[in-house]
Design a protein around this ligand. Structure first.
Ligand code: G6P
Length: 609
């Protein structure tokens, strides 16, 4: 999704902006642009549809430099991807980049057209730059003009604005879309994501909703929504340069799949002893809040939603706590009945997903007991706005298709469930058994990932297919959903998942030799039921690919290909069975030659609804 970078310094900032854009590429985008303000106070705009590399070529043809600049990667919402629609947008001496969506853009556009402004793009953003210009035209300085323009905007935005008339100043504003200020030495920066600036600083100010900031080389002043100057803390981020490089791997996604053994261990570190979960690791207020929880409402999007679906099985089975799970984009738009004692649990890799954040904000006034975020990005909006948080320690996830964030979410959800189950009477022996299994997880993950070359060979059968069906039962139904999501995201093969028991209620009609059927088959209490479902497929000539634990009794036969996994402890099976499905999608996508890390039309962090 769209990304913003801005810089004001004593040196030329072109390369800082370009490096920032490269670091934001993982978010998904379709065009890029930059505006540099040079010493004589003129604006130099360069924009290109396509990748940041195309913008670099453009800058090579017609170089631009300056001590002040803003840059952007655009993910089209209003208007097709094109040079004209890409940011920055310009109005006279003003240039602006924008993330988010302006909801009242049509009304504003008519008003500004009547006032004589000509529009050169189809974007909602262009109204903002003309609006700011219209305020400057009345004699206001840039800060005042952005402040007053913001009051007229409805929707979500993060803005970076420069003016050729004020060549040492960068003004930015945040409402509903994330924005940080990077603090340097005699140079300062802005970005929609700290990752974009980790090469120049490790100190950040997280702007709050409604904040507007004026940034120069040696000063940062932040004003809140009421216009009062406020002090916002400077946070130092640990962990060096943060962005991952691909190392020996061909793609980030591949690297992230193989990192899972390590990051699930990180997510458990300090949170479990030999035989128990240390509930104080869930945060200072956990002891006060958890005993009051009688019901859990989970809200999330995409892969994180699938993690929530898995957790529902654990919460109801192990803790006896009723749990509801819903996608945030639906939840936020319906009237919900809140049961007393309900914990509002959000799950998000980025902590910036617009629908999840909005659901949390609404939840706060609806009588929930408290809110807990399971999240991978410290200081993200979701973390800052929740009462409790449990961080996943996956490290930066760059591939758009989520892998290690999902498995670490499952680990965090197990820790949370066990902590809650203990308060609801889980016997210590059962807790000890679950925790001992968790200690085995990193080793088992590595064993499962070592089946890579076997899965790579099997993936050939999928490369020419147009559809695939994924089947699972019980807690493995959401794992089938996640497997299907991975395949469609990166290989563009249409994939659907069904609970195997529903086969005969529809999808069986689709089964023929052209429809590969992927089966998630642990040796659990539903195994025999699953085997009968598979007979229904075989009888109709369907080709089965079964990912089964070794003791589940599957073997290769006509139309049945089995990938043998180690014996999987019940509690870990959903986490471990995820890995071969990730590898399958990865290899199919590589065979098809798609853009694995940045699949078409998708974004890593969906900061607009
Ligand atoms: C996008 C990403 C998915 C992710 C979803 C939710 O669609 O491409 O990988 O699962 O957003 O994101 P979140 O950051 O809230 O987990």
């Amino acid at each position: 999704m769209c990304g913003i970078v801005g810089a004001v310094a004593q040196r030329n900032v072109t390369e800082i902006l370009l490096e920032g854009l490269r670091r934001l590429e993982y978010r998904g985008y379709d065009s890029a642009g930059v505006c540099l303000v040079n010493g004589d106070g003129s604006l130099q705009l360069r924009k290109r549809i396509g990748k940041v590399a195309e913008l670099e070529k453009r800058l090579h043809e017609e170089p631009a430099s300056g001590h002040l600049g803003i840059a952007h990667t655009r993910w089209a919402t209003h208007g097709v991807p094109s040079d004209a629609n890409s940011h920055p947008h310009q109005s006279g001496n003003i240039a602006l980049v924008h993330n988010g969506i302006i909801e009242n853009h049509e009304e504003m556009r008519s008003r500004l057209q009547e006032a004589g402004y000509e529009f050169r793009s189809d974007t909602d953003t262009e109204v903002v730059v003309h609006l700011v210009h219209s305020h400057v035209a009345t004699g206001k300085d840039l800060l005042q003009a952005v402040t007053d323009a913001s009051k007229e905007l409805k929707g979500a935005y993060a803005l970076g604005v420069v003016s050729a008339e004020e060549p040492g100043k960068l003004v930015c504003a945040r409402s509903g879309s994330p924005l940080v200020v990077g603090v340097g030495i005699e140079e300062n920066f802005i970005a929609s994501d700290t990752l974009a600036l980790r090469q120049v600083t490790d100190r950040f100010i997280y702007l709050e909703e409604g904040d507007i900031a004026l940034i120069t080389g040696d000063q940062i002043s932040v004003h809140d929504a009421a216009g009062e100057e406020v002090s916002r803390p400077v946070n130092k981020i640990q962990g060096g340069h943060g962005t991952a490089d691909k190392g020996r791997y061909r793609h980030y996604m591949q690297k992230e799949i193989f990192e899972q053994a390590e990051v699930v261990a990180e997510t458990m570190r300090g949170r479990i002893s030999d035989t128990s979960v240390l509930e104080q690791a869930l945060g200072a207020r956990a002891r006060e809040i958890l005993p009051q929880v009688e019901h859990v409402q989970i809200v999330a999007c995409g892969t994180s939603y699938h993690a929530g679906m898995v957790a529902r099985y654990w919460l109801e089975d192990w803790a006896g706590i009723p749990c509801s799970v819903e996608v945030a984009s639906e939840f936020r738009y319906r009237k919900t009945a809140v049961r007393p004692g309900t914990l509002f649990l959000t799950i998000s890799q980025s902590g910036e997903t617009a629908d999840t954040l909005e659901a949390l904000r609404q939840g706060k006034s609806q009588g929930y007991l408290s809110s807990l975020a399971i999240c991978n990005v410290p200081n993200s909006s979701l973390v800052r706005e929740s009462d409790l948080c449990l961080m996943t320690e996956a490290g930066p996830e760059i591939g758009v298709a989520s892998t290690k964030a999902f498995t670490t979410q499952l680990v965090a959800l197990q820790l949370f469930t066990i902590a809650l189950a203990k308060l609801n009477g889980m016997a210590h022996e059962r807790e000890a058994e679950l925790v001992r299994d968790l200690h085995r997880l990193p080793q088992l993950m590595a064993e499962v990932a070592s089946l890579d070359s076997v899965i790579e060979r099997k993936s050939e059968a999928f490369a020419e297919k147009h559809h695939a069906l994924f089947l699972g039962r019980g807690v493995h139904y959401p794992i089938a959903l996640e497997g299907a999501l991975k395949l469609k995201e990166i290989s563009y093969i249409h994939a659907e998942a069904y609970p195997a028991g529903e086969l005969k209620h529809g999808p069986l009609a689709l089964v023929d030799a052209d429809m590969p059927i992927v089966v998630v088959a642990p040796n659990d209490e539903l195994l025999e039921k699953l085997k009968s479902n598979l007979q229904e497929v075989k009888a109709r000539g369907g080709e089965l690919f079964v990912f089964a634990s070794r003791d589940a009794g599957f073997r290769d036969e006509e139309n049945v290909t089995v990938v043998d996994l180690p014996e999987l402890p019940d509690s870990l099976a959903p986490i471990l069975l995820t890995v071969p499905l990730q590898l399958l999608s990865y290899h199919v996508a590589v065979l098809k030659g798609t853009d694995v890390d940045q699949p078409r039309n998708l974004a890593k962090s969906v900061t607009v609804e």
